[in-house]
Design a protein around this ligand. Structure first.
Ligand SMILES: [Zn+2]
Length: 450
């Protein structure tokens, strides 16, 4: 347990004030006190070094030295008196606790049901682990509604959409995520029994609410609902589709733009490695024009008269009609050549090529210069989400989504953990057992990185 015994001042002047170093001791069972670290004290409200002694405060285990902020700029949450604090509520301490809790929180989610394992790792009881988790979750709920995944809109213009699944009582449940391509922050999420066009659109819309710009490119796998969703957005957008099945080395880029009367779809088929180095490469392209009045929703059910229609026997001769669906462009499209320079991020095409082909390639090059074109932004996240399968407690679509959102918010905005009451967490053995000597030295030298 911490016990603050001595404060000693070091005569280094700091803007007319003295930096206060505080010595922390650990008390052994036999009463022996061992000096542990010295920390430079900073105000927990403003982070200033300008602090001074402020008498003592009574605690359960005796009296401790108290301090007061002397920074004239310190706001102290609008109170009239300057911020007063003790060593364990100082700035550096809070930072350390925050990083510990973040680590612990990620562990709790990753290990799921293995509560005992985590308890063992941190040398605390399983009930303390569950108390800490409750505290973190309460803080997140209090601080920010679980609706906003980020505190401020992000600069991403491209998003990657991915789905993964888990089972809730034997039923397959999809987790759909949109990740910002630049920031790698999760900007949209939905947990649903289906992964319909509607579900995909909900995730897309949430992601776009969380970005400063309109989204101009979507990267995804070849799931038909995602393709349909991007297609029906009704505005100019580029869709990079990399199928998670054979052929792995091919990618299809769809570019949609609109005239007053038509939707113009440009399909481009290229190998996944075309952006990796400076070279002359080949691709295929084709253009489809759809009148906008033909885009009205189709009638449901079978076409009139189709049931009574005479069935025609399929001829066996008509094989090798070429690929259908996504990869059709590789068979039906026109072959073309283009020159890629991933260092200068330039694409050169021949003059007779439609402008949208060059424009779409340039946009993709911006994202994938020197890299292979694929959809692997959220792979890491998928494994985290998968581990939620082992979550304890009642599982519903709503509770799973809440849990994932809470986790993502901590990931996106770690500062949120500042709100957690320190005193409670310092109590018990948790804190002292979980800081190693290296971390102590970092703390002392001010190199702590959260
Ligand atoms: Zn202050």
């Amino acid at each position: 347990m911490f016990d603050s015994l001595i404060i000693f001042m070091i005569g280094r002047k700091f803007k007319n004030l003295i930096e206060i170093w505080h010595q922390l001791f650990i008390t052994m069972i036999d009463g022996l006190k061992i000096p542990l670290i010295e920390i430079k004290l900073r105000c927990p409200a403003c982070g200033s070094w300008m602090v001074g002694p402020n008498g003592t405060r009574k605690r359960r285990y005796g009296r401790v030295e108290a301090f007061i902020c002397k920074n004239p700029e310190c706001k102290n949450e609008g109170r009239k008196t300057p911020k007063q604090f003790i060593a364990t509520s100082s700035y550096e301490f809070k930072k350390l606790v925050r990083s510990k809790l973040k680590q612990l929180y990620e562990d709790i989610l990753k290990d799921g049901a293995k509560n005992k394992t985590i308890a063992k790792k941190y040398n605390v009881s399983p009930s303390e682990i569950s108390a800490l988790r409750t505290e973190i979750e309460t803080t997140i709920e209090k601080h920010q509604t679980l609706d906003s995944l980020v505190d401020v809109p992000q600069p991403d213009k491209a998003i990657a959409i991915d789905e993964t699944f888990l089972r809730i009582e034997g039923k397959k449940v999809y987790i759909i995520v949109a990740t910002g391509y630049t920031t790698r922050k999760v900007l949209g999420i939905k947990v649903s029994f289906t992964r319909s066009e509607h579900d995909m659109r909900a995730v897309y819309d949430e992601a776009e609410r969380n970005t400063t710009h309109l989204i101009t490119a979507v990267i995804s796998d070849a799931w038909t609902s995602t393709i349909a969703m991007v297609k029906s957005l009704g505005r100019e957008i580029t869709h990079v589709i990399h199928k998670h099945k054979k052929p792995y080395d091919k990618v299809v880029i769809k570019h949609y733009k609109y005239t007053n009367t038509e939707r113009v779809t440009t399909d481009i088929g290229v190998k996944t490695d075309v952006m990796e180095r400076r070279a002359m490469r080949q691709g295929y392209h084709m253009e489809t024009r759809t009148p906008l009045d033909a885009l009205a929703p189709k009638k449901r059910g079978r076409p009139r008269g189709s049931k009574t229609k005479k069935k025609t026997k399929r001829s066996n001769k008509k094989k090798r009609r070429g690929r259908k669906g996504l990869f059709k462009v590789f068979d039906k499209g026109k072959k073309f050549f283009f020159k890629i320079d991933p260092y200068r991020k330039t694409v050169r095409t021949s003059n007779n090529l439609p402008v949208s082909v060059a424009a779409a390639l340039a946009e993709v090059l911006n994202l994938f210069a020197l890299k292979s074109i694929q959809n692997n932004v959220s792979e890491n996240l998928n494994s985290v989400v998968k581990s939620l399968l082992r979550l304890r407690g009642p599982k519903t679509v709503e509770s799973v989504e809440r849990r994932i959102r809470a986790f993502l918010i901590v990931r996106n905005i770690p500062e949120i953990l500042d709100e957690i009451q320190i005193d409670r967490n310092v109590r018990g053995k948790f804190f002292i057992d979980n800081i190693n000597s290296l971390e102590f030295s970092n703390l002392v030298n001010g190199m702590w990185i959260v």
